[in-house]
Design a protein around this ligand. Structure first.
Ligand SMILES: C[S@@+](CC[C@H](N)C(=O)[O-])C[C@H]1O[C@@H](n2cnc3c(N)ncnc32)[C@H](O)[C@@H]1O
Length: 480
């Protein structure tokens, strides 16, 4: 076929690049099909464009973060590398073509130093030993390199010697942190950190903004494709003035959006305290602190407590693989932003969550897959949703005034009525039909919702079974 393919001496054993032998254009086609398989039906129903996947020119050296576990080997040797697919057997690796060249060299250097200084690797079966993992992150637009040593215990004997040997072995490293993970879990990082050398943080740049990254902060692994991903997300906010950046990490998307859009205000919500502290410093460093605020909280609890009182024109959400929660998504729908941009690294949970937003009147407008991890089956997607209500307002209800509706004692919003009818009868009812039934019962006056664009503009009449379903909902919400 003439396609370039890549080889790796440990490809057979290492579980990392499962599609390495597949030519890159075919990998992209498979990912496109994966996105179409899960999101295609919804996109078609909503009339949204499922755009071609954004791939890369040269699918190598794209990972700027790399990690290794450690294990004992005969003769006091310390092993590091990748776990063989589906096992906890370590496959040593000299150089990985997916990673920044510095990363593996540094991780192997850590193993050599641990061996020399007799620092025992963690034994996960017995829960003993000290050194669990090392994580290295290399700057894309900077020369910063952060090394994080993950240990089972706080105390590191001979720490000064350890640091000086690591610096001699890995001169590229600009900061070293220790992270303590004392839990018997597969999660790499624990909660406690301390700086062993250098500033304890590193910096990198995305879309012209400079970001501080801490040892436990989430920061995208593939920075070049992150710019593509963020560009799509920012484009998706349209002309929004006030934006919620939910699951914001170190504030990267919101800060890039605010830096690009004069006057835009951003509220970021993130559960990792350290990442929020970085986000605040990042907003300062990029001159947008007066327009960007960050809250350390679980997104769902924040939405229930504070979010419900806010107004946003657009919501960007970028949750972890597990996706969001029904409570958060319902909270978003209640806030009724004109646009929702859902960035995801797991289309399965994204599809589940999008269904909830659709029940509340949101419709897919664009679906953009992005390849963040060549040679793997992972695909990231940016889905842009608009509010059906906005469209109907524009097209049918020129004089619609939501405040009159929402202010009614015991009243429910149009979206709540629609959701109730759908849940109890399976019928989809439009804003217009609800308005007609409300008018029939004297809840609203004609002038406030229904002014045809022209004399001959057609208004379909609510069919009897939908009228009965809407009346049941109005009774349920004690509106009639
Ligand atoms: C996929 S990352 C996205 C971060 C950021 N948007 C970026 O591009 O760097 C998901 C983020 O959600 C945070 N997170 C996970 N669960 C959360 C929750 N329940 N509430 C708030 N943030 C959460 C994680 O700590 C992580 O920073």
């Amino acid at each position: 076929m003439g396609y370039k393919t890549y080889t790796c001496p440990i490809a057979r054993d290492c579980g990392g690049c499962e599609w390495l032998a597949v030519p890159y254009p075919i990998q992209l086609r498979r990912k496109q099909e994966q996105a179409e398989g899960l999101l295609g039906g919804m996109a078609k129903e909503d009339g949204a464009a499922l755009e071609p996947i954004r791939g890369v020119e040269e699918p190598v050296r794209y990972r700027h973060k790399a990690a290794t576990p450690f294990a004992h080997a005969r003769g006091g040797r310390v092993l590091c590398g990748f776990y063989a697919a589906g096992t906890h057997r370590i496959v040593p690796c000299e150089s990985c073509l997916a990673e920044d060249e510095r990363a593996r060299r540094i991780l192997n250097g850590v193993a050599r130093v641990a061996e020399r200084l007799h620092i025992p690797p963690y034994d996960e079966d017995r829960g003993v030993g000290v050194l669990r993992h090392a994580v290295v992150r290399c700057g894309w637009k900077t020369d910063d390199v952060m090394l994080v040593l993950v240990t089972r215990v706080d105390e590191l004997r001979g720490v000064e010697r350890l640091v000086s040997e690591l610096r001699a072995e890995c001169p590229e490293v600009t900061t070293i942190a220790q992270n303590v993970n004392d839990r018997r879990t597969n999660a790499i990082l624990g909660r406690r950190c301390r700086t062993l050398f250098g500033p304890g943080v590193m910096h990198d740049e995305l879309l012209g903004c400079r970001f501080e990254i801490g040892p436990t902060s989430f920061y995208q692994t593939n920075p070049a494709q992150t710019e593509v991903l963020y560009g799509l997300a920012i484009e998706g906010t349209g002309d929004a003035r006030r934006v919620l950046d939910a699951y914001c990490g170190t504030g990267t998307i919101g800060i890039c959006a605010a830096a690009e859009t004069p006057g835009m205000q951003v509220v970021g919500v993130e559960q990792v305290q350290g990442a929020v502290a970085c986000a605040r410093r990042n907003a300062e460093a990029n001159g947008v602190a007066d327009r960007c605020g960050f809250v350390a909280a679980d997104a769902t609890s924040w939405m229930a407590r504070e979010g419900a009182r806010e107004h946003f024109d657009a919501v960007i959400m970028d949750p972890p693989r597990a996706g969001s929660t029904p409570e958060f998504l319902t909270g978003v729908a209640d806030l009724a932003p004109g646009r929702v941009v859902y960035v995801s690294c797991n289309i399965v949970t994204q599809t589940r969550d999008l269904e909830i937003l659709r029940v509340h009147g949101y419709r897919l407008e664009r679906v953009c897959p992005v390849d963040m991890f060549p040679h793997t089956k992972h695909v990231e997607t940016v889905v842009l949703l608009g509010r059906e209500l906005e469209k109907s307002r524009e097209h049918v209800y020129l004089d619609y005034e939501p405040s009159k509706e929402i202010d009614l004692p015991g009243g429910a919003t149009y979206e709540q009525i629609k959701a109730y009818v759908l849940e109890h009868t399976g019928l989809k009812v439009s804003h217009l039909y609800i308005a007609q039934v409300k008018q029939k019962h004297g809840i609203i006056e004609r002038e406030c919702y229904n002014k045809p664009k022209s004399e001959d503009a057609k208004q379909p009449q609510c069919p009897p079974e939908k009228e009965a379903a809407i009346e049941a909902a109005l009774k349920h919400f004690k509106m009639i």
